[in-house]
Write a protein that binds this ligand. Structure first.
Ligand SMILES: Cc1ncc(COP(=O)(O)O)c(C=O)c1O
Length: 393
């Protein structure tokens, strides 16, 4: 029997939520944009945070060995990946970790960074803001599934020799969970041409349909040589407000340079005790049951939304995600201006979404829906979408 009730969630319109905040007059809009979850966290998280408040001390804290031990045990238990303490770093936030890794690797002027398209907006932005040029490996949509264009990938790596490849694994927004073989193929090409792979694995905690996620350092010896592996507990356990990302690097040169960057940013102390305690609960498996049920609830939401859209709103074509809680929807058959899609969803369907163009031109005509909402809110959103875009609209 289910232990946790995901049909109940706080009203996030009242708590300053980025996703639910709407201008006046839009109070009925269902928030399906930004990627966090509506549900309260696992009780084990609250139990770990309470004593910190009771003590009421927030002095400088060093990186605690027990947190590293928990991370090492977590990788071993879940992925059979053996890591050592000296390969590990902690950074306040996944995107911050990606940016720090880029800083370490972008040492030459006019550097290029390879990314797969469509691509999460903040990653595109950070590449541009770091002074590098984006090199796009566009994924191919074939029979409702995004595939890696390996030919293009290899050509770009070989011809352009990018300073880094930022891999988002599983991918956002397409929801593709790359197989170990696909990852090995990408890593092999990158290793051959000495291109480091920064692997953002923040969406890895919720694989669907019995699929198995493989962290980059567990893929192959080549991947181990070129990979910078970044994970956070945030997008499974809903800890976005307690940012904490873990970085693992086996390559001795990257590791040394990353350690210098951590030192240069003074990230080696002043750890947030709440973020550490919450991450530790997750890593030690104390909230595994909660994560399992949250994932099952979200998988059911995805199946429900996909079936509903296929049956009731044929102009919208959902791309079934293989991991995570984000649904990428092809709206091109609507024939609407891609710039205005987000506004249309808000105005007509009363649902706020991420517009596909936020993921680059490869996202034109698409939207991304966050399905980590209660079934009642999902149904409200789907009703609005049918009213707005269904055959009789
Ligand atoms: C691919 C990817 N990386 C990073 C993040 C953000 O992670 P953090 O809040 O830990 O920086 C997101 C959030 O949506 C994401 O989709």
């Amino acid at each position: 029997m289910a232990e946790f009730d995901f049909d109940k969630a706080p009203d996030h319109r009242a708590d300053g939520s980025y996703r639910w905040e709407e201008p006046e007059g839009y109070g009925d809009v269902v928030g399906m944009g930004t990627a966090d979850l509506d549900f309260p966290c696992a009780p084990a998280i609250r139990d770990a945070l309470r004593p910190i408040v009771e003590t009421n001390t927030y002095n400088y804290r060093a990186n605690r060995r027990e947190l590293e031990d928990a991370l090492i045990a977590w990788y071993e238990r879940n992925y059979g990946l053996t890591l050592t303490r000296d390969s590990l770093f902690a950074v306040p936030g996944t995107l911050a970790a990606v940016r720090l890794a880029l800083g370490v690797l972008l040492r030459r002027p006019h550097a290029q960074v390879l990314v797969q398209y469509p691509c999460f907006g903040p990653i595109r932005e950070m590449v541009k803001l770091s002074g590098a040029r984006l090199l796009r490996n566009r994924m191919k949509l074939e029979d409702g599934r995004y595939e890696v264009d390996f030919e293009d990938f290899e050509e770009k790596v070989r011809e352009e020799r990018p300073a880094a490849f930022v891999l988002v694994s599983p991918q956002n927004p397409t929801g593709r969970l790359f197989s170990k073989d696909e990852l090995a193929r990408m890593a092999k090409v990158c290793a051959k041409y000495h291109v480091p792979v920064i692997s953002d694995e923040v969406h890895s905690l919720m694989p669907h349909g019995g699929r198995k996620f493989t962290p980059i350092l567990a893929v192959s010896p080549e991947a181990r040589a070129v990979g910078i592996q970044i994970v956070s507990m945030s997008k499974g356990y809903n800890l976005m407000g307690l940012p904490k990302a873990f970085v693992a690097i086996e390559n001795p040169d990257f590791r040394k340079r990353f350690a210098e960057t951590i030192e240069a940013h003074s990230f080696g102390y002043a750890f947030n005790p709440f973020a550490d305690a919450a991450a530790k609960v997750a890593l030690e498996g104390k909230a595994d049951a909660w994560l399992g049920e949250a994932n099952a609830y979200i998988e059911a939401n995805i199946a429900h939304a996909v079936k509903f859209l296929r049956e009731e709103v044929p102009a919208l074509v959902p791309i079934e995600p293989e991991a995570g809680f984000l649904l990428w929807v092809d709206c091109r058959a609507l024939g609407e201006d891609p710039e205005k899609l987000g506004d249309l969803f808000r105005e007509r369907a009363r649902v706020s979404v991420m517009n596909g163009l936020d993921f680059g031109k490869a996202g034109a005509g698409f939207v991304r829906l966050n399905l980590a909402v209660t079934r009642a809110n999902l149904d409200r959103a789907l009703d609005g979408i049918r009213r707005a875009f269904g055959p009789k609209a």
